[in-house]
Design a protein around this ligand. Structure first.
Ligand SMILES: NC(=O)c1ccc[n+]([C@@H]2O[C@H](COP(=O)([O-])OP(=O)(O)OC[C@H]3O[C@@H](n4cnc5c(N)ncnc54)[C@H](O)[C@@H]3O)[C@@H](O)[C@H]2O)c1
Ligand SMILES: [Zn+2]
Ligand SMILES: [Zn+2]
Length: 345
């Protein structure tokens, strides 16, 4: 089968790989119908994620049709139409018991990281019963690809950890798909102000369409002053970091209000300074989180009830043969205006 393989920092290729086989009775093999590229895949290609070794098939998002299941899988059978969570969960370890699936002792974020992923014709999904979801009959499968990772990520790591509340002010640094997913899901909680900060005017214009009350292009280095002007010099109740760079986390440290929350989402490959000399008396909370995808069932309901439409995040379509073009489009979003790219075999 065809598969997109990470071969070390800066090196990747579409290669021919054997079709995966059931390795444990709890596995399923899924024939991929749609997958996509995450900002995290870009971090892997840069060498920011050391757990992902050369030779790995990338990709941790997707929908497909079950090809076969192991003997212990009871909730799924060949032919079922499924959504694949980016996190695999055994369901029985101490972390899974508290819905912290991302730290499952034998699972977690392993797909496209420590085991082969979804940017291929087939994928082996461990713990199928806990890690796959049935797709309802008339659902838009393309939109549901956004539920594998980015919608739960924006919601869990950004909005829920950041304790977004009615009337409060929120700043989201990074208007990529994940920052925009935080923007969409923050609106479940009716914040009064959502300020979107990025370097890319196109993404900021999209953020405005998706419900941002204010947008700031931080290229001029004046984002902090702009946020202070918008918030009566208080700063924001919730600052969500959705980039993964020292500068953007440090900006969140500056623009958070007293008593506020900094909710980190970004994958950081470099050390970041924690400025306790200015934060020690500010009563703030800093959270980090690897997405658990525990909110996928709830997000399914919000999508089905048209409370949120994740398909607005999809801008480009490619075939698996064109995956290098898909990476080029996603990696050069300022030029290509790409948000999420859908890749089909
Ligand atoms: N914690 C988790 O579980 C989890 C899950 C998924 C993704 N992530 C991470 O979330 C982050 C965002 O993912 P994405 O897919 O949206 O990535 P992306 O690369 O598409 O988006 C990043 C955005 O940040 C903007 N940006 C870059 N430098 C900036 C700066 N100095 N100031 C302001 N904006 C800047 C870019 O213009 C872009 O719009 C990544 O770090 C990704 O690895 C984390
Ligand atoms: Zn991801
Ligand atoms: Zn577990």
């Amino acid at each position: 089968m065809k598969a997109f393989v990470y071969n070390g920092p800066g090196k990747s290729a579409l290669e021919d790989r054997p079709k995966p086989v059931i390795a444990a009775p709890t596995d399923a093999i899924v024939k991929i119908r749609k997958t996509t590229i995450c900002g995290t895949d870009l971090h892997i290609l840069k060498g920011d994620v050391p757990s992902c070794k050369p030779g790995r098939i990338l990709g941790h998002e997707g929908v497909g049709i079950i090809d076969s299941v192991g003997a212990a899988v009871t909730g799924f059978k060949a032919g079922d139409h499924v959504l694949i969570s980016c996190v695999s969960a055994c369901g029985t370890c101490a972390f899974c018991r508290k819905q912290m699936y991302s730290h499952c002792t034998t699972g977690g974020w392993i797909l496209g990281n420590t085991i082969d992923g979804t940017q291929a014709e087939f994928v082996r999904t461990p713990y199928a019963d806990m890690s796959l979801y049935h797709i309802p009959k008339d659902a838009d499968e393309e939109a549901l690809v956004m539920l594998s990772d980015i919608l739960p990520t924006g919601l869990e790591c950004g909005v829920l950890n950041g304790q977004v509340q009615p009337g409060n002010s929120v700043a989201i640094v990074g208007a990529g798909p994940v920052g925009l997913a935080a923007l969409l899901t923050a609106q479940f909680y009716s914040p009064g102000r959502i300020i979107m900060i990025d370097l890319d005017d196109n993404r900021l214009a999209i953020a405005k369409q998706f419900g941002a009350t204010d947008t700031i292009n931080s290229a001029n280095g004046k984002a902090l002053q702009a946020v202070m002007t918008l918030t009566d010099k208080c700063g924001v109740d919730t600052a969500i970091e959705a980039v993964g760079l020292p500068a953007t986390f440090e900006l969140c440290e500056k623009l958070v209000a007293a008593g506020g929350h900094i909710a980190n989402i970004g994958v950081h490959g470099h050390k970041v300074d924690l400025h306790l000399e200015s934060l020690w008396d500010r009563n703030i909370t800093i959270t980090t989180r690897l997405v658990d995808t525990a909110t996928i069932p709830m997000l399914f309901k919000t999508v089905t009830a048209s409370k949120v439409d994740p398909s607005v995040l999809i801008t480009h379509h490619f075939t698996l043969d064109q995956i290098l073009d898909a990476y080029a489009a996603f990696g050069n979003a300022a030029k290509t205006k790409a948000l999420k790219v859908i890749i089909s075999p």
